[in-house]
Design a protein around this ligand. Structure first.
Ligand SMILES: [Zn+2]
Length: 510
């Protein structure tokens, strides 16, 4: 089943056809494949309609890269930015499930029609008839907005308040577009640049030493407070509430003075770069308050509610609670509600929230404690792993050619860029072949099993990492075979050039 690219909706076919295997006893019949790529030469489906290939929508945000998503999907780049591929059932851009007769159904309908079968009773009871997670392939050529996500109570309260005020859900000044929180986990596929969480106020103050402009002096005074919370809150509040008649002058004076001397710290080039992209936007200066980090392929971050962050450049897999609730602080031309944002931001100085995987049945499993999702990574390289079968699962092949065999129903062969939805009643799924696969599943009911190891909030530009709790064990035989070349140079001059070794086995380092 192959659909042409549709103009307007920007729906792009993930290609390929279902391929046969026999409904069989548990994993007894591995799928065979003629391996002619993207479904050609494959056997036709025989029976069973358990796993569904997905067609997914691309979000064309302006910060998106132009070739990464077309490369993944095997489509021609059209010169426009393609920022995110959404795999899930969020109403903003739901995937379509393709049945083995070739018909396509919006994934939300498939779920709503039989929630207990498709989600499993336990998940349907916990979350209702909705897929609680959203998987994304994210390709950022330019910085995304500086942002924070609300916690569950705030999202519900904010959504209800805006609903009762009659603000249309798609209004540009709407803060809460759905009633859900949006914890998110990001897994880097190439060196990935980000700003994440507050650093010690003293570290930011140190970078302002010697500066004489009005804004630098005021921020230095804010950051001198003996209480970290107060220091950071005062500084961010100052930046977000600069009066209209002074904002542009104060910011440009600051950036001019900042750029006048040779700055070697991790924020050295970030401030002028962001100021150049977003003139008059306080986010460029606010970046000084945050940790500047580079994730290496295979490294992951878990961003809980309240964590102020901005992704700067790179490709990554993101999995999150299925929500689009974002409060922006800057680096955007979209609506900024400073009052709401300052209420939602957590001003604590915390370790950088690296998420550490557990190694299970041939896969790396990230369970950062969000009830809605877990992320599983298999490969790259030769792989043989099992995905958990206790609920719905969305699988995306990032590279190679792999076979999925469910306990119940048919098998599916996936090539690079292809994806599949596995309903709960398919049971556990075996993944085999040579390639690189990610899969999203529902998180633990307790929200426990936090697998996030802390790193001291010492300036990350120094790469002084504490990898306590990290396991260096590669997955399967494939972890040393990460074939894709590193991305173009990261935006930070401080980021070391990734070596093949670091790309293949990112932990431990430092
Ligand atoms: Zn975010």
């Amino acid at each position: 089943m192959s659909e042409p690219r549709r103009e307007g909706a920007r729906r792009i076919d993930s290609g390929g056809a279902l391929r046969e295997t026999e409904p069989a006893s548990r994993f007894s019949r591995p799928v065979l494949s003629s391996r002619h790529g993207h479904g050609e030469g494959r056997r036709r489906p025989e029976s069973g309609e358990r796993m569904h290939r997905l067609t997914n929508q691309v979000r064309p945000y302006a910060w998106g890269a132009r070739t990464a998503i077309p490369d993944l999907l095997g489509t021609e780049p059209d010169g426009s930015p393609q920022a995110e591929l959404w795999l899930g059932a969020h109403h903003g851009a739901p995937s379509a499930a393709v049945s083995d007769d070739g018909s396509a159904h919006p994934l939300p309908h498939l779920i709503a029609d039989a929630p207990h079968r498709v989600l499993g009773s336990e998940v349907a009871e916990r979350f209702g008839a909705r897929l609680p997670f959203l998987l994304k392939y994210l390709a950022a050529e330019q910085p995304l907005s500086l942002q924070v996500h609300p916690d569950a109570a705030r999202a519900r309260q904010g959504f209800d308040a805006e609903e009762s005020s009659g603000i249309p859900v798609d209004a540009p000044h709407r803060n809460y577009r759905d009633p859900h929180h949006k914890p998110e986990l990001l897994l880097a596929l190439e060196p990935f640049e980000a700003l994440c969480g507050f650093r010690e106020p003293e570290a930011a103050r140190h970078e302002l030493r010697g500066m004489a402009c009005e804004l630098a002096c005021a921020l230095r005074a804010d950051l001198a407070s003996s209480d970290d919370h107060t220091a950071l809150r005062s500084a961010l509040t100052r930046l977000l509430t600069l009066s209209d008649d002074r904002r542009e002058r104060l910011l440009s004076e600051f950036v001019e003075e900042w750029s006048a001397c040779d700055r070697r710290g991790p924020h050295g080039r970030i401030v002028p770069d962001l100021a150049h992209r977003y003139p008059g936007d306080p986010g460029a200066v606010a970046s000084l308050l945050l940790n500047r980090i580079t994730l290496w392929p295979g490294e992951a971050l878990f961003l809980p509610a309240g964590n102020l962050h901005a992704y700067l450049q790179g490709t990554a897999i993101e999995v999150m609670a299925s929500s689009d609730n974002v409060l922006r602080a800057g680096l955007t031309r979209k609506h900024v509600d400073a009052t709401e944002l300052l209420d939602v931001v957590d001003f604590s100085v915390l370790p950088i929230p690296y998420a550490q995987p557990a190694f299970r049945e041939g896969r790396r499993e990230f369970r950062p404690g969000a009830p809605e999702f877990a992320l599983h990574e298999v490969g790259p390289g030769r792989i043989a792993a099992h995905l958990p079968g206790t609920g719905p699962c969305v699988v995306l092949a990032l590279d190679g050619q792999v076979d999925l065999v469910a306990e119940v129903g048919q098998g599916v062969a996936l090539d690079r860029g292809q994806s599949v939805f596995v309903p709960a009643d398919s049971g556990p799924v075996k993944v085999e072949g040579r390639g690189h696969v990610v899969a999203a599943t529902v998180g633990a009911a307790s929200g426990a099993a936090l697998a996030t190891a802390g790193v001291p909030s010492a300036d990350p530009g120094t790469e002084s990492r504490n990898t306590a709790g990290a396991s260096a064990a590669p997955v399967g035989a494939g972890a040393g075979v990460r074939a894709s070349a590193p991305s173009p140079a990261p935006t930070s001059s401080t980021a070391p050039t990734p070596s093949p070794a670091s790309a293949a086995a990112p932990r431990p380092r430092g």
